[in-house]
Design a protein around this ligand. Structure first.
Ligand code: NAD
Ligand code: MG
Length: 383
């Protein structure tokens, strides 16, 4: 029995992880569930899975959750700091880090310091402070197993290859809902259109990131840290069918790919059960139905967020952290119709130019850079 702590249990990844656990009660047990504001769903999940503890971050919702679970043994916590408090518990084996954005960083670091295995969905954690996170994982001998489908694909391709050098990795990108579009079209795009992803159903923030290609930029940086790669070893190719989830090319030129229908439950269960594979009834890829796999170059001139990410990846330091913070603000504003689609890139670029560069930041400096970038980006949008 693996005892799982799901941080961000009410989100797209969190609810799919609970589907996996529901289907495999002989393998997994829920120990901790956390939610930001969705108290209704958290209560329902707590009644079904009977965890040891739940966190409702929003303090206004605390009494409602507490009352609803009064007849159970579930301990109820509230407030942002309680995420770190429960991450320090000894009673779980693995954290599924499925909070969205920078908010996932501190609880994940706490779980690593607590020597708990990490199934990592929250890519922003590595974008913001990848060097510190990976070093702490090494120091504490903690495995970080990726949940992001591309990184899960690469991880799966690397099983059994630990002695072999990677030449490069090829991250596949669906291209999002605006693949092939030009800036004059993107100028007038609104949130509801940007939220229509062709292949994946995900939380709002990552769906917008997929439409701008920022998601692929964040994933390049995530890959750098997970697989210890130089920027020039990370390539992006647009593959609209999302059947090949990513590839690794070795020194001999041989390329391994991991394939399947786009379904996040597969990388989620792979990370939770690793090194085991577990049977399931998910729909399977059929070569007769989707018999054309195509590939194209990403359009860096139109989707400038990807170009900015490559810049952040190459320069390193606190630049990815600054970019991530500005992006979180820009996406937040776009989702509320406060900025246009292309304005998001301007906000990110200006913020990257404004906040002072630090080559080898401490964790405190990362947190400060994040704060500075957020307030500058917000001032540009006049939030
Ligand atoms: P989501 O918006 O659906 O869910 C986010 C979860 O985090 C919710 O449970 C919410 O309560 C919690 N949360 C949000 N803000 C918080 C805060 N400030 N403090 C504490 N908790 C907070 O997001 P998602 O799509 O499930 O994505 C989660 C993470 O996984 C993201 O980092 C995303 O990039 C990554 N990811 C998601 C997918 C996907 O298919 N959804 C795929 C790959 C990677
Ligand atoms: Mg991905």
């Amino acid at each position: 029995m693996k005892r799982i702590a799901i941080f961000g249990s009410t989100g797209s990844i969190g609810t799919q992880a609970l589907d996996v656990i529901r289907a495999n009660p002989h393998l997994f047990e829920v120990e901790i569930l956390t939610a930001h504001t969705n108290e209704e769903l958290l209560i329902q999940q707590a009644k079904e899975f009977k965890p040891n503890a739940v966190v409702i971050v929003d303090e206004k919702k605390y009494s409602k959750v507490k009352d609803a679970l009064a007849a159970t043994d579930v301990k109820v916590f509230t407030g942002e700091q309680s995420l770190e408090e429960v991450a320090a518990f000894d009673t779980y084996d693995m954290m599924l880090a499925a909070i969205v954005g920078f908010a996932g960083l501190k609880p994940t670091l706490k779980a690593i310091d607590n020597k708990k295995a990490i199934a990592l969905a929250n890519k922003e954690t590595l974008v913001v402070a990848g060097d510190i996170v990976m070093q702490r994982a090494v120091d504490n001998r903690v495995p970080i197993i990726p949940v992001d489908s591309e990184h899960s694909a690469i991880f799966q391709c690397l099983v059994g290859e630990s002695r072999n050098k990677i030449d490069k990795i090829i991250l596949t990108a669906s291209g999002g809902p605006f693949r092939g579009k030009k800036p004059n079209f993107l100028l007038n795009v609104k949130r509801d259109h940007a939220l229509q992803h062709p292949n994946w159903s995900m939380g709002a923030k990552i769906t917008i990131d997929s439409a701008t290609l920022m998601n692929k930029g964040l994933e390049m940086i995530e890959a750098k840290w997970l697989f210890n790669l130089a920027p020039e070893q990370i390539q992006v190719v647009v593959h609209p069918q999302s059947i090949i989830h990513s590839m690794v090319q070795f020194e001999d030129g041989s390329i391994k790919a991991q394939m399947g229908l786009p379904d996040m439950k597969l990388p989620i269960q792979y990370a939770m059960a690793f090194p085991q594979r577990i049977p399931n009834d998910f729909p399977r890829y059929d070569f007769k139905k989707i018999n054309m796999l195509t590939f194209e170059e990403p359009d860096l001139k139109t989707f400038r967020n990807l170009a900015l990410s490559m810049d952040a990846l190459a320069k390193g330091g606190n630049l990815p952290c600054i970019m991530n913070a500005a992006n979180e603000i820009a996406v937040w504003a776009f989702l509320r119709n406060r900025v246009g689609f292309l304005d998001m890139t301007d906000v990110i670029e200006k913020t990257m130019n404004y906040v002072p560069f630090i080559e080898k930041p401490t964790i405190e400096e990362y947190l400060e850079s994040d704060g500075e970038a957020r307030s500058y980006a917000a001032s540009l949008i006049q939030l």
